[in-house]
Design a protein. Structure first.
Length: 272
């Protein structure tokens, strides 16, 4: 009986030692796994950070030209082409007007002094020669007025007023086309947006489900045309307002100089 009891105790001891060894081994394995995971995690984080930095660098490295090209393609070549044509034609006409108006600007005070000196020293022909060699609408008006000075001051005044209207029309030439492109560019952008929205809803109808990615992509593409049209209109509006301000300044100079020319002719006739 005692032998059986000792044998049973011995078996229990062996089982307890085996269980303890298994627990120690399992704990050791878990600790080793944790250490490996802790050592691997920083490497994974570093790799992810490196990929994010590379993607950000690639995004920042895109030139303005490539970004505009990408947005142009995303917006749809059809309506974006029309908006681009409005920008090109509007800029061409705006630059032509800017150059023309700057060349038409004249120092009227200096011109009046030269005309008055010409009248005193060489008469009407000398004054006309000065106006003929001077650039700008003011000099052209002076030439027309001096050319009819022998017909009386009333005729000179009517001639100056009539030819001043002609010169004002030449200054405003082409502005109506610029205003057309200012109005047309955002209209084309809005039309592209509406058509893009229709295409997005058609895609939703075909898919049979409202997918946020599908709706967001369609709306993004549609709104690019609107943004492009508004940007074109704002750029052309700046040139248009500059041209209007320049024309108003030149016309005011023309009117003031015409009055001064009549006064100079009155003085010249009194000295005869």
């Amino acid at each position: 009986m005692m032998k059986k009891l000792f044998a049973f105790i011995a078996v229990l001891g062996m089982l307890y030692i085996g269980a303890s060894n298994n627990a120690v081994a399992q704990d050791t394995k878990e600790e080793a796994t944790t250490e490996v995971a802790e050592q691997t995690a920083p490497a994974v984080d570093l790799a992810a950070d490196a990929e994010e930095e590379a993607a950000a660098a690639a995004e920042e490295g895109k030139s303005l030209h490539s970004q505009l090209k990408q947005k142009f393609i995303e917006g749809g070549p059809t309506f974006m082409s029309f908006v681009l044509i409005c920008l090109i034609l509007g800029l061409a006409m705006s630059l032509e007007r800017v150059i023309y108006l700057n060349l038409s600007t004249t120092n009227t005070k200096k011109l009046l002094v030269k005309v008055e000196e010409g009248l005193e020293n060489g008469g009407i022909e000398a004054a006309k020669e000065i106006c003929r060699n001077t650039r700008g609408p003011v000099a052209s008006i002076f030439f027309q007025g001096l050319d009819r000075s022998d017909e009386g001051l009333e005729v000179v005044e009517k001639t100056v007023v009539s030819y001043g209207g002609v010169q004002a029309g030449l200054l405003e030439k082409g502005l109506s086309w610029i205003s057309l492109f200012i109005a047309l560019a955002p209209m084309l952008g809005f039309m592209g947006t509406v058509i893009g929205m229709i295409a997005a809803f058609d895609a939703i109808e075909v898919a049979g489900d409202i997918s946020p990615a599908l709706v967001a992509g369609g709306i993004k593409v549609a709104l690019i045309t609107t943004v492009s049209g508004l940007v074109v209109a704002m750029i052309l509006q700046v040139f248009y307002n500059y041209c209007l301000a320049k024309i108003d300044s030149i016309i005011n100079d023309m009117e003031d100089a015409s009055i001064s020319l009549i006064d100079i002719l009155v003085k010249h006739n009194l000295k005869k």
